[in-house]
Design a protein around this ligand. Sequence first.
Ligand code: SF4
Length: 97
Amino acid sequence: MSEPKQTNDQDVRKKWITKMIKSAKNQYKLCPYFDKKTVQCFLMLTMKNKHAKCDRDGRFDNCPLFLEYLDQVYENISKNKKTLPNNFQDILTSYLP
Ligand code: SF4
């Protein structure tokens, strides 16, 4: 018997998120949502409506908020049956946090 569809979706989601992180790391040394001057996190502001400093010095590869954001983007794209972007730059230009 085959696995439930949800497992497959979880696999695709995980793979895609990993791919986006890799792509982001190729393009950015520090988190694109990190304000170096103020040390504030832009995602915290847009997603949680909170002013908060980044406590990770802009290192985003294992940042829970960054992962949550990518997860939301995935959710949004799959809900609307759109094509998943192949690189992080497409997310930056098409999906505002
Ligand atoms: S908390 Fe995470 S998402 Fe926010 S600026 Fe820092 S690394 Fe980026």
